[in-house]
Design a protein around this ligand. Structure first.
Ligand code: SF4
Length: 383
């Protein structure tokens, strides 16, 4: 039986990767114990030759992000400083939101991510917007709306569901020190759990996120967050890895350790064996990203936005059923939480097709300058 380290070494783009042998051996042992390895769906604009007429390519417009506060946020978390909101479409009033939505639908949007900056209690103040969200859903029932809820009580959760919101997303933070120091917030871990509980109780599709390395690049509350999520059984869990582009110099973040991140993927898989686990597009770059993506495949995650070079081939070589949705992450954000390996999941590919595509991609790299494919998305996790 071929060892997974040897399988990785067969993939040209991964052959020199300094993988943690012990971790890979443990993932292999667990993977082989599982009756079947889960399907995996990759969201990537670099598999353009598999594009179909129904799936547009790198279409930022297909799932735009809209902020009800524009670039304003009272919380100013250390990893974000509200910068994630800046490129979003601003819709500061219900009337403006209606105008924005009719405009983006005319431009071909199938859905939107609705978010906004927080108040000092890490709440996004959606109250005035619920009637217009209801009007949008009544007028355009096929238009899908995913909302970053931030913290919300049972009443707010109910109002979101009544307005017709399709998917509720929130970050679950499991360490008080992170809440206090990184988010500058006087709330506690139980508030995050209560929010998740309230959202799940409505029947909306709820997809929490865990931001790995949120405590200045170190893992701290991630395991508690995982326990919280396991207690409430949401529709899926998205893992992202902190990208602290905007951290202030006096509060620097380190790059999260790839091996520790991979170990957390494995633990998340064990804690949530029957809940889809997805790797969102926010994660560090370079070799760390390739390591993280390799571990995500080996840990048995079900979906990944923007895989590093070689990772799709690795999944096929590890005998995962591989699907590819040729989309950038603005669509993946919507699709990963809406479709999650369902009937809308991407096109199935075999190993030969993947290797052919990978070779073409590598030929498209001239002197280190990528001439085809590549990412196009903003990253990070608002609110
Ligand atoms: S992470 Fe959210 S709450 Fe924190 S500064 Fe950014 S937008 Fe504001």
């Amino acid at each position: 039986m071929t060892e997974w380290l040897d399988v990785a070494a067969q993939v040209e783009a991964l052959e020199d990767l300094p993988l943690d042998e012990g971790l890979v051996a443990e993932m292999q042992r667990r993977g082989r114990e599982a009756a079947t390895l889960a399907d995996i769906n990759f969201y990537t604009p670099t598999f353009k030759s598999f594009q179909t007429s129904e799936i547009s390519g790198c279409g930022r417009n297909a799932w735009p992000a809209v902020s009800i506060t524009g670039g304003d946020c009272k919380l100013q978390c250390d990893h974000c400083k509200a910068k994630i909101l800046e490129p979003m479409i601003a819709a500061r009033t219900p009337e403006a939101l209606w105008q924005v939505v009719t405009g983006i639908i005319a431009g071909g949007a199938g859905g939107m991510l609705l978010t906004g900056g927080s108040n000092h209690r890490n709440e996004v103040e959606y109250d005035a917007f619920y009637p217009v969200i209801r009007r949008i859903k009544d007028t355009y029932p096929g238009f899908r709306i995913a909302v970053h809820t931030a913290l919300a009580g049972p009443q707010a959760a109910r109002a979101m569901a009544d307005a017709g919101i399709d998917v509720a997303m929130m970050d679950v933070i499991g360490a008080q020190d992170t809440i206090t120091q990184v988010y500058h917030l006087r709330r506690n871990v139980a508030d995050f759990e209560r929010t998740l509980e309230s959202l799940v109780a409505t029947g909306m599709k709820v997809v929490p996120h865990i931001v790995i390395g949120l405590h200045y690049g170190r893992l701290l509350g991630e395991w508690t967050a995982l326990e919280i999520i396991a207690r409430h059984r949401p529709a899926a869990l998205v893992l992202v890895v902190v990208m602290p582009f905007y951290a202030p110099a006096h509060r620097p973040f380190v790059t999260p350790d790839a091996g520790e991140t991979g170990r957390f993927f494995m633990q998340a898989r064990a804690a949530l064996p029957d809940i889809p686990l997805l790797l969102g597009c926010a994660r560090p770059g370079g070799q760390t990203r390739t390591l993280i993506d390799t571990y995500a495949v080996m840990a048995g995650m079900n979906g990944m936005a923007h895989p590093s070079e070689g990772v799709v081939e690795l999944a096929a070589r590890l005998e995962r059923r591989v699907r590819v949705t040729p989309a950038c992450c603005s669509i993946a954000v919507g699709d990963e939480v809406m479709a999650v390996a369902g009937k809308d999941a991407g096109l199935e590919l075999d190993l030969d097709a993947i290797v052919r595509q990978e070779r073409e991609r590598r030929r498209g790299t001239l002197g280190g300058i990528r001439v085809s494919g590549g990412g196009c998305c903003g990253t990070g996790d608002p609110a």
